[in-house]
Design a protein. Structure first.
Length: 410
């Protein structure tokens, strides 16, 4: 058996794992870094499939990890993208209440945003119409976030990979079937190579809970995979919003509601979504190609119990969001923001993603924040849901600040 050593082993080459590698180098903590991914190409999961929105930090409860890292992370990723001349659409974002009773939530979001360091402004109806003439606010008021931008997520992943390779990070792709030996600080690869590490970072996204298990970490969590389907406005649709248009979200559930997002392409494509429907498997992106029957049965059981107990406003989520994958319901949700949208303006987008959303069996609730847990010579990044893409550089620094005091590097 070949034995190799690496100071740091990162499992998962999405944006979280890539940014940890990047910041380890930037901070001069070590140059001996191996990043391992099960896919032959990086970016096959959330980091290459998300909306690409650099969130400005409006939604997150002050004191949460999300609130700590979102604003700084967005600023850093935006600068990083601009320095490299990658595509970016600095178009801003408008949030409108689809019902009059949601108007007061605009104040909550404005307060949260300001507390988190974001720039926000309340708009009246005339100002809203100047930004998006077709948009509707049920109360006449809207919230404006000028610093929200949109990038191409796959470009970010590919560029990070390229720069890390150039700087000497070993990137091992197509690594399936490895086993962890936490006691020996080793990963045994499928070809028999034993990879000894000083510290392991588990950034395995949709599989992070599974990777954590042999380390006896995060045993209280189960993944509930929520699929996000997108539609888009046809090129010849007369309605083409130039900036992001979001509904006031239900702050009790970790989904933002179906929204309009213009892409960062030179001729922007406006997507509508993502929906938040239970996926029948961690990677079941289309149809029934990767259904996991056991997982689906247990996920449905959890959802049914949540619904019956109406925990975390669960019934509202089910009634308002769970079935938006059905085109007439999606159209209805889109019309709450732009009433003149018609079915013939829309087409299904090829984009689809699945969120790595965790359910906590101890608290019987969906986890809303990022979770970073320590195991033997290891750090496990769980529940890396939105805005982990936006926040990735700042999240990596926060993780390294915590881990560096006890990382045992050579
Ligand atoms: C539909 C959707 C829209 C979103 N929109 C936004 C947005 O607009 N803005 C935003 O900030 N965030 C958004 N997010 C969230 C964002 O995409 C994620 O938070 C972020 O990409 C998480 O990155 P990650 O590196 O943790 O996970 P991933 O990108 O999933 O990377 C995990 C990697 O681990 C690998 N892996 C898994 N298991 C193993 C294993 N056993 N061995 C080796 N490798 C393994 C996978 O192949 C994968 O490459 C969205 C998410 C979804 C699903």
């Amino acid at each position: 058996m070949t034995l190799q050593h690496t100071d740091v082993l990162i499992v998962g080459g999405g944006v979280v794992g890539l940014c940890i590698a990047y910041q380890l180098l930037e901070r001069g903590m070590t140059r001996s870094i191996t990043l391992l991914d099960k896919e032959s190409e990086l970016g096959r999961h959330s980091s290459g499939r998300n909306s690409g929105v650099l969130h400005a930090g409006l939604y997150y409860k002050p004191g949460s990890v999300k609130a700590q890292v979102c604003v700084a992370g967005a600023r850093r990723l935006k600068a990083w993208v601009e320095e490299r001349g990658l595509l970016i659409n600095p178009c801003g974002k408008v949030i409108v209440p689809p019902r009059p009773d949601l108007d007061s939530q605009l104040n909550v979001l404005a307060e949260r945003g300001r507390a988190n360091g974001a720039v926000v402004e309340i708009l009246d109806e005339k100002q809203l119409r100047q930004l998006i003439p077709e948009a509707r606010s049920a109360s006449g008021r809207a919230l404006w976030s000028p610093n929200t931008a949109v990038v191409k997520p796959i470009e970010v992943v590919q560029r990070l990979k390229l720069e890390l390779k150039e700087r000497g990070v070993h990137i091992l792709t197509a690594q399936q079937g490895w086993t962890a030996r936490p006691e020996q600080q080793q990963l045994i690869l499928a070809d028999g190579t034993a990879l000894h590490y000083g510290h392991l970072f588990n950034c395995a996204g949709l599989h992070a809970d599974r990777v954590a298990r042999p380390f006896s970490v995060g045993l209280e969590f189960t993944l509930l995979p929520f699929k996000g389907l997108y539609w888009q406005l046809k090129k010849d649709s007369p309605i083409q919003p130039r900036c992001n248009l979001y509904p006031v979200p239900d702050l009790d559930v970790p989904f933002l509601g179906v929204h309009f997002t213009p892409s960062a392409d030179s001729v922007a494509v406006v997507s509508i979504g993502p929906t938040a429907t239970l996926a029948w498997g961690r990677e079941n992106y289309r149809g029934l190609q990767a259904v996991e029957p056991g997982m689906t049965a247990s996920s449905l059981g959890v959802l049914a119990r949540q619904y019956l107990a109406n925990r975390g406003s669960f019934r509202r989520y089910v009634h308002e969001q769970a079935f938006l994958a059905l085109p007439p319901l999606l159209l209805r949700a889109a019309r709450q923001l732009i009433p003149t949208i018609r079915a013939e303006h829309l087409e299904l987008s090829s984009k689809v993603g699945i969120r790595s959303q965790l359910f906590n069996h101890n608290t019987q609730s969906l986890e809303d924040d990022f979770i970073c847990l320590n195991g033997q010579a290891s750090t496990h990044v769980l529940n890396a849901i939105s805005p982990a893409f936006t926040a990735s550089f700042a999240l990596a620094d926060l993780i390294l600040d915590t881990a560096s005091s006890w990382m045992n590097l050579s």
